[in-house]
Design a protein around this ligand. Structure first.
Ligand SMILES: Cc1ncc(COP(=O)(O)O)c(C=O)c1O
Length: 495
């Protein structure tokens, strides 16, 4: 199946071999294998990790011009992911996403993107000066979340903007939902438009046939993939997979290098090498176990009054074409409390940490790091919460909560023009009708409620207020209290 020997870890082994020579180091990092470090931290991290916290000296290759063991490790990763080229990112998937967009878009170029994108995509649009052509994602009025984009919507966008320099697709979404990526890729390719995939939540899908198609399997041109999120590498380490054809890999290398620190962490890089090996060699069985565990957990959650955990019954031919069952999106709206209340209750009473909560749901992620013990604890906690909460609500008094997701605001200026415009700070509650110069988002998931250039509507303000009242982490503006927001300055005539 693979062309290369996936049991090898050239980068990790190269670092171990180098450390084994016990070199006397007159180079950074100045902690020199831990001796120059706070002793308590040094002891905690341990000498193994510190011995390979190294820098790009000649024997250790250089991520910016890989020709040795980093090159070998990246080539093995390309083979494992079905790509023609793989670039390691030590700046998370955010760095890989910015690279994808800046590799195909310059100032004024159009890029077709769903509006429910992660902030790194909007940042790249500001940096590159590209003009976003937004596609409205499908809103799930049962769950109160956005899904992917439909083939039909992509068809319309491409017909109206055949000169777009790229199409960005989120596959799968944070909640594990996929559109028909293969059909979307074929459509975009019929216009010679490259497809860039935000695969932050899908590193594992490539390794199991029952999961949605991965970006490379669907024939996409680039994919930014968080190995750290669900593939077992250290936090912040991701890969950027590239297929030859519509994208120039040399340009990708130059851009990722422009966006990357020169002090690349070898611990992160080695963890990518090891995670790739583990996924390629053992990934199928590991993912298989995680899927079975998640399905069993989903069934048990659905037996607990007040909770609903959706599964394959929600699939359709449109935006919910496929799903990753390891994402447990648990609707809590029948409990009479919001997702953040559930998140804090689980933390305080059971020391359980969920992936995210919103007004209507919590999201729990099952990976191959879980086992029956961890999922049993979740079931135990949710059962206790259901009993506690529903005992307060008399039979027949359970209200049906209707979910509300605001409409997408109108874009009055390109995000870059808005970001660099003359601005003023005004009270957020008085900002309706003004053009935002800032991002406002709930993080996680980091999907903007407002982006620079959009006209603020009352509906957005009440949605922001609702999230803040619920205790959810609304962020973005310079004023962290969100009393004020920066808007584009309006020049009134002098009288
Ligand atoms: C959909 C999506 N894309 C991109 C990212 C960015 O990934 P990273 O945190 O690795 O930079 C995230 C992070 O949560 C995400 O949810």
């Amino acid at each position: 199946m693979y062309k290369k020997d996936q049991s090898l870890t050239p980068l990790f082994d190269g670092l171990l071999n180098h450390a084994a020579t016990n070199p006397t180091q007159f180079h950074i990092p100045g902690h020199k294998k831990g001796s120059g470090m706070d002793p308590r931290f040094c002891e905690f991290i341990g000498e193994n990790a510190l011995s390979i916290d190294l820098i790009n000296i000649a024997p250790l290759d250089d991520l910016h011009h890989p020709q040795g063991m980093i090159r070998e490790a990246q080539d093995l990763a390309a083979d494992a992911f079905g790509a023609d080229h793989t670039f390691f990112s030590v700046q998370g998937t955010s760095g890989a996403i910015m690279t994808m967009i800046m590799s195909v878009c310059g100032p004024g170029d159009k890029i077709i993107v769903p509006r429910n994108v992660h902030k790194s995509i909007m940042s790249a649009i500001v940096f590159s000066g590209a003009t976003p052509i937004f596609i409205h994602p499908e809103i799930d009025s049962e769950l109160g979340i956005s899904h992917g984009i439909t083939t039909g919507a992509v068809k319309k966008a491409l017909a109206a903007h055949p000169d777009a320099k790229g199409l960005l697709v989120i596959n799968p979404t944070y909640f594990g939902i996929s559109a028909n990526l293969k059909e979307i890729v074929n459509l975009a390719h019929s216009y010679d438009v490259p497809v860039l995939v935000d695969e932050a939540h899908g590193v594992h899908i490539h390794f199991h046939e029952d999961l949605p198609l991965s970006a490379m399997q669907a024939g996409a041109d680039m994919a930014a993939t968080s190995v750290h999120k669900l593939g077992g590498s250290l936090t912040q380490s991701s890969v950027l997979n590239v297929k030859d054809g519509l994208v120039n890999p040399d340009r990708v290398q130059s851009i990722i290098s422009m966006l990357t620190t020169t002090s690349t962490s070898y611990l992160l890089l080695a963890s990518l090498d090891a995670a790739r090996k583990h996924l390629a060699v053992n990934g199928h069985d590991l993912v298989d176990g995680a899927v079975k565990l998640a399905e069993r957990t989903r069934d048990r959650i659905n037996d607990i009054p007040g909770f609903t955990c959706y599964g394959i019954e929600m699939l359709n031919d449109h935006a919910i074409y496929d799903m990753d069952p390891t994402k447990l999106t648990i609707s809590i709206k029948d409990l009479g409390i919001n997702g953040y209340d559930v998140e804090t209750w689980l933390r305080e009473k059971y020391q359980i940490e969920v992936e995210l909560s919103d007004l209507y749901n919590i999201l729990c992620i099952i990976s191959f790091g879980d086992n029956e013990e961890t999922t049993d604890r979740l079931i135990e906690a949710l059962t206790a919460l259901s009993e506690e909460q529903l005992s307060h609500i008399k039979k027949g008094e359970r209200k049906h909560v209707s979910v509300h997701v605001p409409n997408i605001p109108t874009l009055a200026l390109s995000p870059r023009d808005a970001f660099y415009s003359e601005t003023e700070s005004i009270l957020l509650r008085e900002s309706a009708g003004r053009v935002s110069a800032e991002f406002v988002m709930v993080y996680p998931p980091g999907i903007p409620i407002l982006i620079p250039g959009e006209i603020i509507e009352e509906e957005n303000l009440s949605y922001i207020g609702k999230n803040m009242d619920a205790g959810l982490p609304v962020q973005g503006p310079e004023d962290a209290s969100l009393t004020y927001i920066r808007v584009i300055r309006e020049h009134k005539p002098i009288t």
